[in-house]
Design a protein around this ligand. Sequence first.
Ligand code: AMP
Ligand code: MG
Length: 489
Amino acid sequence: MTTNKFGWKLENTYQQLPETLYAPLKESKFSPNPSLVLFNEKLAQNLGLEFDSKDKEQWTNWLSGNEFLPDSTTIAQAYAGHQFGHFTMLGDGRAMLLGEQRTPSNHLYDIQLKGSGTTPFSRRGDGKATLYAMLREYVISEALFHLEIPTTRSLAIVNSGEKVNRQFAMNGGILTRVAASHIRVGTFEYVFRSQPIETLKEFTEYTIKRHYPTLIHTENPALELLKAVQEKQIQLVVNWMRVGFIHGVMNTDNTSISGESIDYGPCAFMHQYNPQQVYSSIDQHGRYAFENQPAILQWNLSKLAQALLPLIHENENTAIKLATNVLESFIDQYRNAYLSMMRKKIGLLKSIPEDIALIEDLLLWMEENKADYTNTFLYLQEIEIPETSLYDDTQFQQWIFRWNTRLEMEYNDKKEAFEIMSRVNPVFIPRNHLVEEAIFNLAERNDFNAISELLSILEKPYQYQENKEKFMQLASDDFENRYQTFCGT
Ligand code: AMP
Ligand code: MG
């Protein structure tokens, strides 16, 4: 481990694991004419990196994959996963782990390139990504971070300088992704299905040490790991439900063990409240629809449980019983966390049984009246929003009356409730049409204006900002009806 003048302090702890869990990459890939498009200076600072624009060429070489980082071995990680319910062997087919950065605050973060060329896991893919898809991941992951939702982050975007062939030839892009780790439920599935139990044991110990070190000395660390991941993932999905985020492809390989949101492919933010909302072009049966996210999470956790069974207990029946107990606690745990979050969205900290109907009736009204999920809560907080005529509706006003009565049970002054609401109800989300516009302008026209403004607004999503109505506006019906997202390829 060394530090150089750029602040790299890299480790390769993953490579202490058996070699069957990754493939070392010996040669860097060559992008013909790479240029650095976005660089996240604040994140770089947190990581202890020292970026100086006079060294831009050096950074571009590193962040395009043209040159590997000093004192680190680059690898592609092996994993598997259930994709739309079907098991497949996968692995980093278009990603490479440059190393793990030890930060000044002593945390360890994976530094990974996405879209930098083929690896032994690429199968028939080209290992590349479009600039468009990588920019989308950059914008949305950073938006989630500022919404205070655990997520992988984006350090940089490089335009690879070459065209990649998708529906048509598009500009190629490389994202530098920063993650607590890239260990997924699917990594456990890979190890469980293809490796000896000693490797499963070693890998589980590594994961616990890296993400849940306090569990090392518990009586049944594997069982405790399952509980801990369940808890973290419940918090994560509740946060998604809070802001209307639809991940879009909650395969087990996209469910992280650290509890971070990962893999921004066909994800999008819901505008009008619709529990069945799906944006992804490939999700034809709505498996990953907004309201299905918790159920899918539970299903994904059952795959983690299965992979951990041999470590939970040597007797399979006992192991199944112990794991099932954990999985069965999911429903109550999720429901409690969800209700507590929804209560805060309407300003309540205490709980009375009638609150459930109050919340459900609001959601039902929003669904029937196609109300914007974000702006409706802002309306309740008496924040100025672009379109209010919808809320003159008698049924809605009756709901407000009930809500006011309920608030009076808890507060003398409604402002106290607004205070709570303002911490959980964003004013600004990355609205789909604005994200598309900003990315298109940069990727196709080299125009940075829209993306710069969008990224800066999304840095303070809970703060009302004057003259920014445009960013609170819904997409046109026409856009909303046509809008489809694609797996980030
Ligand atoms: P994702 O949809 O990004 O979660 O990827 C699912 C799997 O497909 C992962 O194993 C990726 O590495 C692989 N993959 C996706 N796109 C490509 C590509 N262009 N070339 C090679 N592998 C890819
Ligand atoms: Mg993935």
